[in-house]
Write a new protein. Structure first.
Length: 476
């Protein structure tokens, strides 16, 4: 049992309340208005900024733990110091500063907070009724103008269940009905009245794209394009070409206007704003894709138009092309053992994730599921064991990367979270046992150094307003 003493204050008790705080991130961009050139038309690239602010936290010293740092390391008998919401020290020869709160982990295990790169919490909220179906704008195959955050319901009780599974950061995406589904958003897993109060400060926006069966089935079934994989690629290329020309027109306008010449700005297009952000490297492409041959063609198309695919999601045949992914610097986010549920998922193997890792590609686990997000550590354990049965020598510490640092890198937030290193956000989980054991659960979960979940204390477990008064929930 973990022993800890906390001088809980009424402010820290706000962990259990739905609050909104005010911190506006630096969002420098080509499309922001800047002082000194007010006659040049520019648009705010971040009109819905994060208002997230870390919850109050104490200085905490956790000792006598086996620590997985999220970047391959394993440290027996380790200690970690959390101060001002950051990791202040980590090692095996640390002493607790005078007067700080001490947690004796008693031989338990610590990992970075779990990062899920593919979630639909909030946009497909619980209970799963049609009124909560906000993940797909199924009105056009190209809807890059929509943003997932405008459909996220912060009251989704799935956030609380995910927190109990150690998830501290999650990436919420639109669905996969469209060629271009819209923007995704990276969230801190904390209670808030607004989605802005959950937004990870300064995390890059993302663009959800989808290839394969979904778009051609949805729109082909309506007798419109795309109705085939050929139509899918044609639709991508038409959209990217429009984006190239849109970007060129804005750059020509800015060059002339900043030189003092008379110039008229292009007509703004929200869809093309997003695609231009991808071309400028500011928005990260997260692409639903199953088959290896399609992923290879998508990589060719990205070279044609000069953008990068950050991550292929689902990617059940990625094990066939780890070299291509590594060469392109493109990651793969996969399941441990989902497959065979449609033709493009037919050639799935349980060793996909470890084979990708062994082949030098950036690989990670993802959920795509409100239940799976609660046990991503166990999903990694399954994939790791399958790889070892195949003869792949992968350490526990390396496999921890698959639910911590690798998804953080693919989301552009690794400089802030995803590993236990001095100076980073104090996002971590104390597990009741080895994180790859079926019997282990998240005991304590910290976000920015604040204890937001304690399995032994119901008063330290978040409950969304929607669940208050429901049977078995919110009784405290």
């Amino acid at each position: 049992m973990i022993k800890h003493a906390w001088p809980w204050t009424s402010a820290l008790g706000a962990v259990l309340m739905l609050t909104a705080c005010d911190v506006t991130p630096d969002t420098s961009s080509h499309s922001e208005t800047s002082s000194g050139d007010t006659d040049v038309v520019r648009y705010d690239a971040n009109p819905y900024p994060s208002t997230y602010h870390p919850l109050p936290s104490q200085t905490v010293f956790i000792t006598n733990a086996t620590i997985f740092d999220g970047i391959g390391g394993e440290m027996a008998g380790g200690s970690i110091l959390l101060e001002n919401g950051r990791i202040a020290a980590i090692g095996t020869d640390l002493s607790a500063p005078e007067g700080v709160e001490i947690i004796d982990a008693n031989g338990q295990f610590i990992t970075p907070g779990v990062v899920d790169i593919h979630s639909h919490l909030g946009v497909y909220a619980s209970p799963g009724v049609s009124a909560h179906s906000d993940g797909n704008e199924v009105t056009s195959p190209v809807t890059a103008e929509v943003w997932a955050e405008h459909g996220v319901w912060p009251q989704d009780p799935g956030f609380d269940s995910a927190l109990a599974g150690g998830v501290t950061t999650l990436h919420v995406l639109p669905g996969s009905a469209n060629l271009f589904g819209g923007r995704g958003v990276t969230l801190r897993n904390v209670p808030s009245r607004t989605v802005q109060g959950m937004k990870f400060p300064d995390a890059p926006y993302t663009l959800k794209m989808a290839c394969g069966e979904n778009p051609k089935r949805v729109y082909g079934g309506r007798g419109q394009a795309p109705g085939s994989r050929m139509g899918n690629v044609a639709g991508y290329r038409q959209a990217w070409q429009r984006a190239v020309e849109y970007r060129r027109s804005w750059n020509e306008y800015w060059d002339k206007a900043e030189a003092g010449e008379d110039a008229n700005p292009p007509t703004r297009d929200f869809e093309l704003d997003t695609l231009m952000g991808v071309l400028d490297g500011e928005i990260l492409v997260q692409m639903h894709c199953y088959r290896a041959d399609e992923m290879a063609q998508i990589l060719d198309m990205s070279q044609e138009f000069g953008y990068k695919v950050t991550t292929f999601h689902h990617a059940v045949e990625a094990y066939k092309i780890p070299d291509l992914l590594a060469e392109a610097g493109t990651c793969a986010a996969v399941w441990a053992d989902w497959g065979g549920f449609k033709m493009e998922a037919f050639d799935s193997i349980r060793e996909n994730l470890p084979l990708l890792h062994a082949g030098g590609a950036c690989a990670m686990i993802h959920s795509d599921d409100a239940n799976g997000i609660q046990r991503l550590n166990q999903e990694v354990a399954k994939a790791l064991s399958d790889g070892r049965r195949l003869g792949l020598e992968i350490s526990d510490g390396e496999a921890v990367r698959w639910f911590t640092s690798n998804p953080a890198k693919a989301l552009g937030i690794f400089d802030e979270t995803g590993s236990l290193e001095v100076g980073k956000r104090a996002d971590l989980v104390i597990w009741s046992g080895h994180p790859f054991s079926t019997y282990s659960t998240a005991q304590d979960v910290f976000i920015d150094g604040a204890l937001v979940y304690d399995a032994e204390d119901p008063s330290r477990q978040t409950v969304r307003d929607f669940m208050i008064g429901q049977p078995g929930e919110g009784a405290n």
